[in-house]
Design a protein around this ligand. Structure first.
Ligand SMILES: [Zn+2]
Length: 319
């Protein structure tokens, strides 16, 4: 359902809650005064079989006078394998709505809240972001991502700016934080590549925003390994995706996926030059261990560079 941008925050939340709640409202068939195609009574999406020219039909139309399934009518509309499953559904005396998140089928606010809320350990959650000996600007970006504070096109539009609001990488999707950092095809490719480097299974489902994604990662990274390279790589990836987006948006520079991945590896090496990784930080990650090992000479070369302040030739500084 379209929600106008000027709707009140309370109304927007209600609409959002409705979309989440509706799949959990199920029906037990009785008289059949519910939509055959669209209500949730069969554990199947029957709307795919609806004839577009046909008028809306209730379940009762498919029942005979003795409240039994009319097999002929079922066979007209549904393929055999689906129809047979429908014929197995028991018909009761009355229609009954059930809430499938509770044991007894009755809606309970407490049970529902417990199912929907993202339980997270806030300490653990922030532990993967705010790290010792790590660039604050990258941690700050991660904080902005999680809080949805970045000036993405959708947010700028909400503030009244007239923008095309499309992803810079040519998708038809609206640009928002979750799209830039996760659902965009370009981002997915980068993450697949990064997850492969980290030896992680790529998990692309079950998340609806960056907040839940970071919570998921925070629970999957060993909490005793705060500051391990996994934390760094996740944050470097976010940083590189945001930089690539800005390069495209403001400078029309298009970075290929391979270049973005290379910049993430480069950031890992830079981090190592600044604060050499200790064995425990690299534990369980052979890819980055090898990367750092094979760049040892480069690291040493960089560390040997002497830095000194040189007095300026421009005397006006002192006048
Ligand atoms: Zn995109």
């Amino acid at each position: 359902m379209f929600t106008p941008s000027y709707s009140s925050p309370g109304f927007k939340k209600l609409i959002h809650a409705r979309d989440i709640a509706e799949p959990h409202i199920k029906w037990i068939i009785g008289e059949g005064d519910i939509s055959f195609w669209f209500d949730n009574w069969s554990n199947k999406d029957l709307s795919n079989y609806k004839d577009p020219c046909d008028r809306e039909r209730n379940v009762s139309w498919f029942l005979d006078d003795n409240s039994r399934w009319n097999e002929d009518k079922i066979s007209i509309y549904l393929p055999n394998h689906v129809g047979n499953e429908i014929l197995d559904i028991t018909i009761h005396k009355n229609d009954k709505m059930i809430w499938d998140l509770s044991i007894n089928g009755k809606f309970s606010f407490k049970d529902t809240w417990n199912k929907f809320r993202h339980k997270k350990n806030s300490m653990l959650f922030w532990k993967i972001i705010w790290l010792k000996n790590f660039p604050d600007k990258i941690s700050f970006l991660a904080w902005q991502i999680i809080r949805n504070y970045l000036p993405t096109e959708d947010r700028m539009k909400d503030k009244g700016f007239q923008l095309a609001s499309r992803c810079v990488w040519g998708c038809d999707d609206e640009e928002n934080t979750f799209h830039i950092f996760w659902t965009c095809e370009r981002a997915k490719k980068i993450w697949q590549n990064i997850f492969q480097m980290m030896g992680w299974q790529f998990d692309n489902g079950g998340h609806s925003n960056m907040d839940s994604l970071f919570a998921h990662w925070s629970h999957n990274i060993n909490p005793s390994s705060k500051g391990c390279i996994f934390n760094h790589v996740i944050l470097f990836t976010c940083w590189s995706l945001w930089k690539a987006r800005n390069n495209k948006r403001f400078r029309d520079i298009k970075q290929e996926c391979s270049q973005i991945s290379a910049s993430i590896r480069h950031l890992v090496l830079l981090q190592h030059w600044a604060f050499p990784y200790k064995a425990w930080q690299l534990k369980g990650n052979s890819y980055f261990l090898n990367l750092i090992h094979s760049n040892k000479s480069v690291c040493k070369l960089q560390l040997d560079i002497k830095v000194a302040w040189k007095k300026s030739d421009l005397h006006f500084w002192y006048q």
